[in-house]
Design a protein around this ligand. Structure first.
Ligand SMILES: [Zn+2]
Length: 447
């Protein structure tokens, strides 16, 4: 071997690679790694054992594109401007992908549910529509991983846990075979129950949660394939792997709402976060309250790249490197009316104008053949919950110190961001609206 090739062989690879796997609508508490009693997530659980698991990661909004834009820009929706799935957002904001592209990373986004709107900073973006959607998305992502030249940033967004619920023959099935109720996994059967036409029974809710869990297991299978591909390419050791979600799913916690878009309850806001890179990220559990906006600065720091000053999130490395990450509430919004502050075991909602969100848009409601006015979900004003005692948020708690602390954090957030700002429904062409509908972006509609 010549000296030059020896030197090349000995030099460490340029920068760690980054693989971000986000799973649409994935509640943290339906994963084994987060204490769930069903075997929904063997591959994610293994990743969690190898890496750092954050026990309380909070989404800024129960909606796909707003939350994922926060992941990419480290800004809350009021500042990046994506309040709806059909919004493009403010132009020219520094993104994680743009930052890494500028550092000669190869960047690619492979999305099962990301619409056709651009994700700024990525050199490549593919929205996969072949079925089964997550299987096809994973296959495309593996092709990209196999061909990628380090350093790379590959973002894969899966969507199996998003309603409606498909069946996956031969895979995990948690349903009670004796169930004979009206739930069939379709949007119509879910919308009917949410609207009280007729109201869900406990057996219905069990069936819905079992279907959701099977979809979680289906997404987990794809995670296993992606990690196996990373092993196969020899890049597991030099790749930082991130597993997270855009938002969770209410699933009747509390009743009767199932979905995410209209809600600010913890079942919707609490998402998983696992960071793993053997030999580089210590295995462990971080219990600090963290937010999706913290991801970009943390990942940039782990890749040795300076974060733009506009990013609002925190570098989370102190949480797993023996440092101190001070308590800070994670702030989430629901439409333009309500805010929720989450800190440790407390959640506090403010909705001073009593604004609600029509959770079954009229068109879908009529299409589903349902009568009467569509239901509206309102987050309560000045309500506090103690999440470890009351995870479904059924009984408001009393703690003046907790309420005062979270009220103050909300005041500071509003002062800093100008929330609620303008709720900007960027007009998109009718054709694109239809694509968004088909991708599940209009709540209650088919994917
Ligand atoms: Zn989503």
């Amino acid at each position: 071997m010549g000296l030059l090739s020896l030197l090349v062989a000995c030099s460490s690879p340029a920068g760690p690679n980054l693989l971000v796997i986000s799973i649409d609508t994935l509640r943290a508490d339906h994963l084994g790694a987060y204490g769930y009693d069903r075997p929904t997530s063997p591959n994610i659980d293994k990743l969690a054992m190898e890496g750092q698991r954050f026990t309380r990661m909070i989404s800024p909004r129960g909606a796909t594109r707003p939350a994922l834009m926060t992941l990419q820009t480290s800004l809350p929706p009021v500042l990046h401007g994506v309040r709806q799935n059909s919004a493009i957002g403010r132009e020219g904001l520094p993104t994680l992908a743009g930052l890494l592209t500028g550092q000669d990373y190869q960047t690619a986004a492979i999305l099962a549910n990301g619409g056709e709107l651009p994700w700024p900073g990525f050199q490549e973006q593919h929205t996969v529509k072949r079925l089964p959607r997550d299987v096809a998305t994973t296959a495309d992502a593996i092709t990209i991983l196999e061909q990628a030249k380090p350093p790379f940033y590959v973002w894969v967004h899966l969507m199996a846990p998003h309603a409606p619920y498909d069946e996956h023959p031969g895979e995990a099935d948690f349903r009670d075979p004796a169930y004979a109720g009206p739930i069939d996994g379709s949007s119509r059967s879910l919308l009917a129950g949410m609207s009280g036409n007729p109201a869900f029974t406990e057996a219905d809710l069990d069936n819905i949660r079992a279907r959701y869990d099977a979809e979680v297991a289906h997404a987990d299978l794809q995670v296993g394939k992606l990690l196996a591909a990373l092993d196969h390419t020899g890049h597991r050791k030099d790749t930082l792997v991130v597993l997270t979600a855009d938002h969770g799913e209410q699933l009747g916690n509390p009743q009767p709402y199932l979905h995410h878009f209209a809600s600010g309850y913890d079942a919707v806001l609490h998402v998983p976060l696992i960071l793993a890179q053997p030999g580089r990220i210590p295995a462990g559990v971080a219990t600090e309250t963290v937010a999706i906006q913290d991801l970009a600065p943390t990942l940039a720091a782990l890749l040795g790249v300076a974060a733009p000053s506009s990013w609002m999130g925190r570098d989370l490395r102190p949480a797993f490197s023996g440092g101190d990450l001070p308590d800070l509430a994670a702030i989430s919004e629901v439409e333009g009316g309500a805010l929720v502050a989450t800190l440790n075991n407390w959640a506090y909602s403010r909705n001073p104008r009593n604004k609600g969100y029509e959770f079954a848009p009229i068109q879908n409601y009529q299409e589903a053949g349902l009568a009467g006015p569509p239901p509206v979900l309102r987050m309560p004003d000045r309500k506090l919950w103690q999440l470890d005692q009351d995870p479904s948020q059924l009984q408001p708690a009393e703690s003046l110190p907790a309420e005062a602390r979270l009220e103050e954090e909300l005041r500071r957030f509003i002062e800093r961001t100008g929330w609620p700002g303008t709720i900007d429904r960027v007009a998109v062409p009718a054709e694109l609206q239809e694509q968004l509908r088909q991708l599940g972006y209009v709540e209650g509609s088919p994917r």
